[in-house]
Design a protein around this ligand. Structure first.
Ligand code: HEC
Length: 174
C-alpha cells in the first residue's frame, strides 16, 4: 500500500511539472521570453497584408503577413483584432541591386537582401491581458531572441498607438 501511494505522489508531481512546462513554454523550447510566443507553423505561406521600409539604423524592407483570422480582420477593418489573430513581420536588408540596375538607365533598383529578423504579434486577450491582449516575440534564423529588454520594448512602443487601433500600426494594402 505504501509503495502504491509513493508511486502515485511521484506520478502527480511529474505530470504537474509537465503541464507547467507545456503551458508556459519550458526551458529549451523555442519561444520568446516574457510571452512564450513561438514561430507559427506555415507562417511563410500566409497572405500579405502590406509592405514597409525602414531607413535609418534598421535600413530594411519588410513584408507583413497575417494568419486567416488576422487577414480577415485587416481586410474588413475589424477592430479590435479577434483572439487567434497572428501577425508576422519579416524583415530583410534593403539592398541596391547592381544586377537589376544594369538594365535600367540609372541606378534605381532596391531589393530584399539577407533576412534580418521575424517579429510576431499574437492576440490572446486572456493570456496577454497585462499587455492589452498582445504577446510578442522576435526570431533570428528561426531562433527566439532571448533578450527580455528587447521583447519588453515591443509593448512599450506598440502601446503608444491609439487603443482604438488595437496597437497595430499596419493597414491592409489592396
Ligand atoms: C519603437 C517602436 C517599436 C518597437 C520597439 C517595436 N515595434 Fe513593431 N512596429 C512599429 C511600427 C511603427 C510598425 C509599423 C511600421 C513598420 O512595420 O515598420 C510596427 C509593425 C509591427 C508589426 C506588423 C503589425 C503592426 O503592428 O503594424 C509587428 C508584427 C510588430 N511590429 C511586432 C513587434 C515586435 C514583436 C516587437 C518587439 C520585438 C516590436 N514590434 C517592436 C513600432 C515598434
Amino acid at each position: 500500500m505504501k509503495k502504491v501511494s509513493t508511486l502515485w505522489v511521484l506520478l502527480s508531481v511529474a505530470s504537474a511539472a509537465f503541464i507547467t512546462a507545456v503551458s508556459t513554454g519550458g526551458a529549451g523550447e523555442n519561444v520568446s521570453p516574457v510571452y512564450g510566443v513561438s514561430l507559427p507553423e506555415g507562417y511563410r505561406n500566409w497572405r500579405v497584408i502590406t509592405v514597409a521600409h525602414e531607413a535609418g539604423q534598421n535600413n530594411d524592407i519588410r513584408a507583413i503577413l497575417g494568419n486567416d483570422i488576422a487577414y480577415e480582420a485587416f481586410r474588413n477593418r475589424m477592430l479590435p483584432f479577434p483572439d487567434g489573430s497572428v501577425i508576422v513581420r519579416l524583415a530583410y536588408e534593403f539592398k541596391s541591386s547592381p544586377e537589376n540596375d544594369a538594365v535600367f538607365p540609372a541606378p534605381q533598383s532596391f531589393v530584399a537582401g539577407a533576412p534580418t529578423n521575424v517579429q510576431i504579434s499574437v492576440k490572446d486577450s486572456k493570456r496577454y491581458s497585462e499587455s492589452d491582449g498582445w504577446g510578442y516575440g522576435q526570431f533570428e534564423n528561426g531562433i527566439a531572441n532571448p533578450s527580455v529588454p528587447l521583447v519588453n520594448s515591443c509593448y512599450t512602443c506598440h502601446q503608444k498607438l491609439d487603443r482604438s487601433k488595437d496597437f497595430v500600426f499596419s493597414h491592409y494594402s489592396p
